[in-house]
Design a protein around this ligand. Structure first.
Ligand SMILES: [Zn+2]
Length: 341
């Protein structure tokens, strides 16, 4: 142990000087010196321990499973399942449009370096196959909707520019029961891709599934006081088909209104007639930014207007829907309060 203190005395031959010093020192001096040496020994032990921890954590950072999710909702699922064992990159950022996305060179790089790519499937990411091919990567791809019963787009639904009635509706995550299937699919693929962390992925998934179960329960409870025949809303979103089916809400597309342009006076008159005729208590028309038009619809129909519903993208952290669970909670609060009399 005293060897650790060899460098203390300044002498040409430290070992000899060490014995010489010991012989000359009083018992008190020796005990003080022993204490100093022991402290040094402890310091070195602590240093060695720290040195063995630091490279390990840095190494863990480098060996985290690299996951690419195509859009923010899948990214949120992946983070909940993977926790601190995964490094998740989301291609379509919050508030972006996953239907009409143009990938960047950074996206190709992310796919090339990924260990796992999570996609929605059901035709949502039409831009993805070309990206994967051009990236030259060999990551495992998980189709998160695997095992979900897809619904078909009904006539009159505005899904996106190129998808008509009869095509598959990709917005399956809007039913919480489906979200549970997404999460289980993601868990199974992470477990297969990274067996060393299997127990963590399973534990994280169990905890998250419990939260989703509570969420589904809360959605039903929020709607319970509203009679099914009153659960009727007009929305420019055609993304709520699965949500509507799961929770007995009818989403009606506004007649004669494009989702891309501000409606004309004639469009507004058509919507007013539709609201009155179909007795619709709540209207979500996010493409109408003119408050006078919104007031006009409200005063002529008595319908509740307003509120933002989130469907395909989460918001930034400080927004209303920074996570999937918060998105569903926000939507159901907005819809339920608009439908209450
Ligand atoms: Zn959509």
């Amino acid at each position: 142990m005293f060897q650790l203190c060899r460098d203390t005395p300044i002498h040409a031959n430290p070992r000899r000087r060490f014995h010489f010093d010991l012989a000359r020192r009083s018992a008190h001096d020796i005990s003080v010196w022993q204490k100093i040496c022991f402290r040094r020994f402890l310091l070195i032990l602590v240093g060695l321990a720290a040195a063995s921890i630091l490279p390990a954590s840095a190494q863990q950072e480098a060996t985290k499973l690299k996951v690419v999710a195509t859009f923010s909702i899948l990214g949120d699922f992946a983070r909940n399942v993977g926790g601190d064992r995964v490094d998740v990159t989301t291609l379509v950022r919050p508030n972006g449009d996953v239907h009409v996305y143009t990938p960047t060179t950074a996206d190709a790089e992310a796919i090339r370096n990924a260990g796992l790519v999570i996609v929605n499937g059901l035709g949502l990411e039409g831009w993805l196959p070309r990206l994967v091919e051009s990236s030259g990567g060999h990551a495992t791809t998980v189709v998160a909707t695997h095992g979900i019963v897809p619904r078909k787009v009904a006539a009159g639904e505005i899904l996106s520019r190129d998808r008509g009635a009869g095509s598959l509706d990709p917005h399956a995550w809007q039913s919480v029961a489906n979200a549970e299937i997404y999460v289980v699919n993601i868990r199974d693929t992470m477990v297969a891709a990274d067996r060393a962390n299997a127990a963590t992925y399973k534990a994280n998934t169990s905890a998250y599934l419990a939260k989703l179960g509570a969420l589904d329960h809360d959605v039903r409870e929020a709607l319970a006081p509203i009679p099914v025949e009153r659960r009727k809303v007009i929305s420019t979103h055609a993304a709520f088909g699965y949500f509507a089916a799961a929770y007995d809400i009818t989403f009606v597309a506004p007649q004669g209104v494009s989702t891309e342009t501000e409606p004309s006076a004639r469009d507004i008159a058509t919507i007013i007639t539709q609201i009155k005729k179909e007795k619709i208590p709540a209207v979500f028309l996010e493409n109408i930014s003119d408050p006078r038009l919104i007031r006009q619809i409200a005063s002529e129909t008595g319908a509740t207007i307003g509120g933002t519903l989130y469907s395909d993208s989460l918001t930034a952290k400080d927004g209303e829907a920074p996570s999937y669970i918060e998105m569903v909670r926000h939507n159901i609060r907005t819809i339920a309060s608009a439908l209450m009399e």
